[in-house]
Design a protein around this ligand. Structure first.
Ligand SMILES: Cc1cc2nc3c(=O)[nH]c(=O)nc-3n(C[C@H](O)[C@H](O)[C@H](O)COP(=O)(O)OP(=O)(O)OC[C@H]3O[C@@H](n4cnc5c(N)ncnc54)[C@H](O)[C@@H]3O)c2cc1C
Length: 280
């Protein structure tokens, strides 16, 4: 178990295009073996070098700084032209044998620094990594039936959750992707029904979840993806399907026309407060 905030460097070993708009990058790193935990949906932040830098400049972590507040202050104190650009990602897999961590990058078109970096990444390129940390782990809500809903940015997390669920678990996945070429296959011991939602056919994730068959009184939800859609999905599950708020785990992964460098909107703050209030 790593004390305090984990900050490390990871090095690209291989890059594989798993679908037209999704790149899987395999990373090695001296710290990976001690950082990876045996749980699905491990989230972390990757830090990308600025133009002209080969390796991103990262402040040293401090063992007492469990939630990383001091580290983040030191990060913000780096002059902006040298400060690494930081974005959130999910550990798609970690193989202790090869020591490789896979991260899936959506090539979403409206490129920000993460997508730009991933498009040209090759063996030897270095990124910084903050986390993953069990301090931010959110347990899956429990019920006889689980609904996992999200867009392609949530597919890595959905994949890890499905792989971790035991035989006998019942799951409905509603996944929104650009088109049929973006569909993925998932391994799971659970009983899984997958509904793919294709944007090129004008389909919407909200409509798919609205028409999903969910056992009354025995369903929990896990939602991730574009923040506005996640809010609409959660409202539907709580207000129209009657799921208890505590049975719906939700996370806005990205915001339309905004980046993770932009300040939270009033609505973001209100939802963050609500999410925090419901954390057991
Ligand atoms: C906990 C967590 C886990 C995540 N895991 C993953 C993961 O494993 N793989 C992954 O690819 N993403 C993941 N994301 C989402 C990812 O952090 C964002 O998509 C991020 O904005 C990408 O950074 P960027 O530099 O490409 O674009 P940014 O600079 O952040 O944004 C540039 C523009 O692109 C738009 N944009 C950003 N993301 C998307 C998108 N997915 N689709 C369409 N438009 C978009 C923004 O609205 C903005 O206009 C995760 C997010 C969170 C919070």
């Amino acid at each position: 178990m790593v004390q305090g905030l984990a900050v490390s460097y990871v090095r690209v070993e291989d890059v594989e295009r798993i679908s037209p708009r999704m790149l899987r990058i395999g990373f090695s790193g001296d710290a990976l073996a001690s950082l990876m935990e045996d749980r699905p949906d491990q989230q972390m932040k990757l830090c990308f070098p600025r133009a002209g830098q080969r390796v991103p400049r990262l402040p040293e972590p401090d063992a007492e700084d469990t939630y990383g507040m001091r580290w983040y202050e030191a990060y913000l104190a780096i002059p902006e032209p040298e400060r690494p650009l930081m974005r959130s990602f999910t550990v798609r897999s970690y193989d202790p044998g090869s020591g490789l961590m896979a991260v899936d990058f959506v090539l979403h078109g409206d490129d920000g620094p993460a997508t730009r970096w991933a498009r040209t990444a090759g063996p030897g390129d270095v990124a910084g990594m903050v986390g993953p940390s069990s301090a931010y782990a959110r347990p899956l809500p429990r019920a006889g039936h689980l609904l996992l809903a999200g867009d392609e940015s949530a597919l890595p997390a959905i994949g890890t959750i499905l792989e971790a669920l035991p035989a006998g678990a019942r799951v409905t996945v509603c996944a929104e992707v650009a088109d049929a070429a973006e569909e993925q296959r998932f391994d799971s011991a659970a009983e899984v029904t997958v509904c793919w939602v294709h944007r090129d056919r004008g389909a919407s994730l909200l409509d798919a979840v609205r028409s999903a068959e969910l056992p009354q009184g025995d369903t929990a939800g896990w939602l991730a993806g574009e923040a506005g859609t996640v809010r609409a999905l959660r409202r539907h599950l709580v207000e129209e399907r009657g799921l208890p708020r505590s049975a719906v785990e939700f996370s806005g992964y990205w915001r339309r026309a905004l980046t993770q460098d932009d300040a939270p909107t009033e609505e973001d703050l209100a939802w963050a407060a609500e999410r925090a209030a419901e954390t057991p």
